[in-house]
Design a protein around this ligand. Structure first.
Ligand code: SF4
Ligand code: SF4
Length: 366
């Protein structure tokens, strides 16, 4: 145990110090939450509980991770979502506006955001009523140190807490990763340290610029309790509600059309149906022609780059590249108007049936 004498500097009326991580599938918030849970128990000598909320979906869908700590003479007998966090981690600024990721933030909250912007800009983007805003360019550091965003965020979260020692995080990262992936440990530890050292903070009082946002439970139009029974989504991988823009690890495939021979290998290798092929002509013969990738659904795994036989696809740094100039939307996922189809045990649900899937309504109002 690194710091047996630690005592929580602030708790809520139930005696808990609470941490909430807001992310989307693919950025590692779940592992980050598990490590923080372990830090609480094994490194800080506290009682600790960590749990996450996410669906069975793939990358790109909302993920919340919750960590609740209390002093060792108290027990944790609740596992409710954390609505008023003392420490909030936002794994990507692009999460702002999609779900109420900043709900429950008060002037007591420390908010750590993965961003290349300064705290003033972040406060305006997130419309924060108050709080201590910590900004850290976790993606850039992760790329430089060959680690993941979640490791950099761990270091930044420790610093923002004001009481979690860097050594406690390092030891738990060593426990979680060192044995399983020893070659990756050094890069991960460097990421943790740089997150701790490079995070920048600015504090905001309740000045009335933005309103306090209450945490509310939200419900998708189609959820476990109201989705039609049966049906099949024939568009494996991509969906209207999945926007991968925030989950990539800094790299994307650039498409060089002049080098493409329309062999279709990229389409076969891509797990997310990102490439858009249309009937056309190649070498004076009818052919399916590659228009390029739809970056809304590309998670940046670069499998397509590996298989392309003509180097028509190359890995580029996402930030250095004007993605949207040759961006091609997946026509089947562009939605102007939709009609729900009758569904049954053997019917097909078109992807267009997912209209309004991302709109949320308060429970009890529908
Ligand atoms: S990097 Fe390539 S293979 Fe991976 S999701 Fe994007 S387009 Fe598909
Ligand atoms: S693998 Fe390369 S050459 Fe083949 S269709 Fe894809 S981009 Fe074109």
């Amino acid at each position: 145990m690194v710091a047996p004498e630690i005592s929580l500097p602030i708790t809520n009326e139930l005696g808990f110090y609470e941490i909430r991580l807001e992310s989307i599938g693919g950025l590692g918030a779940n592992l980050c939450g598990k490590i923080l849970g372990e830090v609480g128990t094994l490194q800080l000598g506290l009682n600790s509980s960590s749990f996450a909320s996410y669906g069975s979906e793939k990358k790109g869908t909302p993920v919340k991770s919750f960590i609740r700590w209390c002093n060792p003479d108290q027990e944790i007998r609740i596992s409710t979502p954390i609505t008023r966090p003392h420490l909030l981690g936002l794994f990507h600024e692009a999460l702002a506006g999609k779900v109420a990721v900043t709900a429950g933030v008060t002037e007591e909250t420390a908010i750590v955001v993965n961003t290349d912007k300064d705290p003033d800009s972040i406060r305006d983007i997130l419309k924060l009523c108050a709080g201590k805003v910590y900004s850290i360019d976790a993606l850039k550091i992760a790329m430089e140190e060959k680690t993941r965003v979640n490791m950099v965020m761990l270091g930044a979260l420790a610093k923002a807490s004001g009481f979690i020692p860097l050594e406690a995080i390092e030891e738990s990262v060593d426990n979680a990763i060192g044995k399983k992936y020893p070659a990756a440990l050094e890069g991960n530890l460097k990421g943790v340290r740089r997150g701790y050292e490079e995070v920048v903070c600015k504090e905001y009082d309740l000045d009335g610029k933005y309103e306090y946002v209450e945490a509310k439970e939200v419900k998708y139009d189609w959820g476990w309790d109201n989705a039609p029974i049966g049906g099949l989504n024939p568009h494996v991988g991509s969906m209207i509600s999945n926007d991968m823009l925030a989950i990539r690890e800094g790299y994307v495939p650039e498409f060089i059309k002049e080098k493409c021979i329309n062999c279709g290998l990229c389409d076969t290798a891509c797990p997310d149906m990102v490439y858009q092929f249309v009937p056309g002509e190649y070498r004076n013969k009818p052919a399916m022609v590659n228009l390029g990738p739809d970056y809304h659904h590309c998670k940046g795994c670069l499998r397509c780059v590996e298989v392309c036989p003509t180097q028509a696809l190359v890995a580029v740094k996402e930030r250095d590249y004007d993605l949207w100039n040759i961006h091609v939307r997946n026509q089947e996922l562009i939605v102007d108007e939709m009609e729900f189809e009758e569904v049954g045990s053997s019917s097909i649900v078109d992807t267009q049936s997912y209209e309004n899937e991302t709109e949320t309504v308060e429970r009890g109002e529908d």
